[in-house]
Each structure stands twice: as C-alpha cells, then as structure tokens.
Design a protein around this ligand. Structure first.
Ligand code: PLP
Length: 390
C-alpha cells in the first residue's frame, strides 16, 4: 500500500546524505573526540565542523552552540540552568500556556522547588500579546521562555518584538525561545530575535534523533546541565555523540541551502491542502494563525467527530498524521494548546494535524483531501451529534 507521510512536525526521515556523512564515525573514525591521538583529533574536527554548521543556521558564533541529546534536553537545560544560576536575583519565570511539555513540565517542577511561574494566555490564534509579557514582569523575574512557533497549531510568536523590549530594559532578564519547530522552516537568527537561549532539535530537520543543541549567548550565567568530564566547554559533560552530531551538522548545512525554496514549496502545498479541505468539507475550523503560521503546518478541527477515529481511518489509507489528543492515564484529554485558544472540549477532540515535508507532492495533497472527505462523511454518518444537528 502507498504510504503518505504528513507528520513532519513529529519527526522527519533522515536524509541519505546525512546517513552517508554519519557512517564513517561509527567504524573507521570511531574515536573519542576528547583524546589526543589521530582518531580523537579526527572526531574533534568533525564535531567542531558540525558546530559551525549549526551555528551558521541560526546566526550564532560556534562557541555559543552546545550539543545536547535533543530539544527536550535543551529546554530543560535552559530553564533549570538559568533558574538555579540566578536564584539570588529572583525566582520568577514567565512562559505561556501553549509551550511544549518539555518547557511546561520543567516549569511545574521548578514551582515545586520554590520558583514562581506565570503561564500567559494566548489569543484565539495562539499568539501571546507582547504587552501581556511586559505586564507580567516583576522585580523577581529572571527568565522568560516563549516558543518561537507552536508545534501543534503552527502559530509563530512575536519573539523579535519581545526580544527588542527586553533588550531595552534597564536590567537583565534572560530570554529563551524553543525554536525546535522553526529552525530549518523559516529564517531564524539569534541576533535578530534578541534571545539569550534557543533550543534546536536535529530530528525535525532530517537529521538523526537523540541530538540537538542549546544556543547560549556569550556572557549568560547558566549552570552546567550534566556534571562529569569537561565536554561542551565544561558545561555539558559526557562523551560526545560524534556520529549524531555529524549528522545534525550535515542536516543543518543542507536545510540552510534550501530554506527559501522549501519555505515557498511548503506554503504552497499547505495552502492547497487547507483550501481543498475547507472547500469540500463543512463544519471545519482552521486552528492557528491564518498568516503567521509555519509553512508546513495544517491543523483542523472537524466538528462532530473524534480526531482519534479520523487518524485510525487515515492510517488504513496509508496516511500518517497526528491528532492533538494525548491519551494520558486512561482519559482522552484534548490538547492543552487547543483548549488555550478557547476551543471547547468536544471540538478540540476532533483535531487533526498534518505537517508537510520536502518529499510531499501535489498529487499527495489531492489524495489526502479526497481521503479526509470520504472518512469525515463516513464518521459523521455514525455520529449521533451530527445526526441531531441535521
Ligand atoms: N519543543 C518542541 C516545540 C517540539 O515540537 C519538540 C518535539 O516535538 C520538542 C521540544 C522536543 O524535542 P526532542 O524530540 O528533540 O526532544
């Protein structure tokens, strides 16, 4: 059966060029990057070249890029590292209600340790208001963490504007952004955004899983995340994942060279998919910002049906997508993001996220629109709520 992959915000396939770049670092170039003999020097050189490539993708100095085990670790490090290193200055953190759980659960844990966290609301498109961020600042605020774009609904947040305001304050408040979903999709420049910390993940940009990076601006007061050896400039101990880092570097280099072209192609396919669905199916809501959204993100709610049933039926037709619901502790909770934009539970349950990638085609869009139309009609025929409405 034909398979159509439309869950690129979940993960992406590793590119052939990336696998080829990685392979030698498992076998003939297996050295530990911290050793002085030739094997080690070879590995060190590869790690530093990868650091340069990742730094170039976000406009950073390579010395400001610290490799981690992924986006989750980068988020954990940014929040805990800043909180604990600056606790004598204050204990207040500002974030939003729609962050990834890597940020939200870390904030909840910090609250248990005595920190105070403000979770800002968002508007109906999922955007935080710059004035709400400013108004939430008090004299104990040490850190603000706001994602660059939301992973579920694709809304891009006003990071540059917030960064600009924070830059002009008369005291330092660190600014972190989780850019896991934007790096490689839209231009990301740490200086333009005015951020001190920025999280990235390799597997969202056609690199391997289990590797990522945290950008830490020079001069930032932050605790080490892992203690042990002196790797990553003494701030993140542990023998480097050399092959993973090499793959991440290659993926960063490739995506940087085609960013503009991909952004154009993906937005075209995204708009075709949205139009196809909205014109052919009734009672559909587009979630997220209509314009300020990621070029590859489509998130919709289909009234009167469950997102899970839609997903399972799509899977039977070979289509891989995602729904906003997460099945936790036996209860099917709708996504915290969809609830935060004001959707009622019953509508939030009917959500579907389709995220496009470099290999998707126009024909696939047509196939997916037809498939969704057929499945939604079938499920609605079986829905008591839909039949009541009629
Ligand atoms: N932050 C955001 C916005 C994400 O979308 C994800 C992954 O889905 C992460 C963090 C976690 O990244 P990783 O899977 O590399 O741990």
């Amino acid at each position: 059966m034909k398979r159509i992959y439309m869950d690129h915000a979940g993960t992406t396939p590793v590119r052939k060029e990336v696998v080829e770049a990685m392979l030698p670092y498992f076998t003939e170039k297996f050295g530990n990057a911290s050793t002085v003999y030739s094997y080690g020097r070879e590995a060190r050189k590869a790690v530093e070249e990868a650091r340069e490539k990742v730094a170039a993708l976000i406009g950073a100095d390579p010395k400001e890029v610290y490799f981690t085990s992924g986006g989750t670790e980068a988020d954990n490090w940014a929040l805990r590292g800043i909180a604990y290193a600056n606790k004598e200055k204050g204990n207040h953190i500002i974030t939003t209600a729609i962050e990834h759980h890597a940020v939200l659960h870390t904030c909840e844990d910090l609250e248990k340790k005595g920190f105070k966290v403000t979770y800002l609301p968002v508007d109906k498109y999922g955007r935080v208001r710059v004035e709400d961020v400013i108004n939430a600042i008090n004299d104990k605020t040490i850190l603000i963490s706001i994602m660059h774009a939301n992973n579920e609904i694709g809304t891009i947040e006003p990071i540059e504007e917030i960064g600009q305001v924070l830059k002009n304050l008369d005291r330092k408040i660190y600014f972190h952004t989780d850019a896991v979903q934007t790096v490689g999709k839209i231009p990301v420049d740490v200086n333009k955004l005015n951020v001190d910390l920025l999280s990235i993940s390799s597997h969202k940009i056609y690199g391997p899983k289990g590797v990522g990076a945290l950008y830490i601006k020079k001069g930032t007061k932050i605790q080490s995340f892992m203690t042990g050896g002196g790797q990553e400039f003494g701030k993140r101990a542990g023998t480097e994942n050399v092959s993973g880092i090499v793959g991440f570097g290659k993926a960063a280099e490739l995506i940087a060279s085609e960013l503009e072209e991909q952004q154009k192609k993906l937005s075209y396919l995204r708009d075709k998919l949205i139009k196809g669905i909205m014109e052919n199916i009734s009672d559909v809501i587009l979630n997220g910002h209509p314009v300020d959204r990621l070029p590859h993100n489509v998130n919709l709610c289909f009234k009167y049906i469950e997102g899970e049933s839609l997903l399972l039926n799509l899977d039977l037709k070979g289509i891989c997508a995602s729904s906003g619901s997460a099945c936790t502790s036996g209860s099917l909770e709708p996504s915290h993001v969809l609830l935060a934009i004001g959707l009622p539970h019953e509508i939030a349950h009917g959500s579907l996220r389709l995220t496009l990638g470099r290999d998707n085609t126009e024909e696939e869009i047509d196939y997916v629109v037809d498939a969704i139309k057929e499945i939604v009609e079938k499920l609605r025929q079986m829905s008591p709520l839909y039949n009541q409405k009629k």
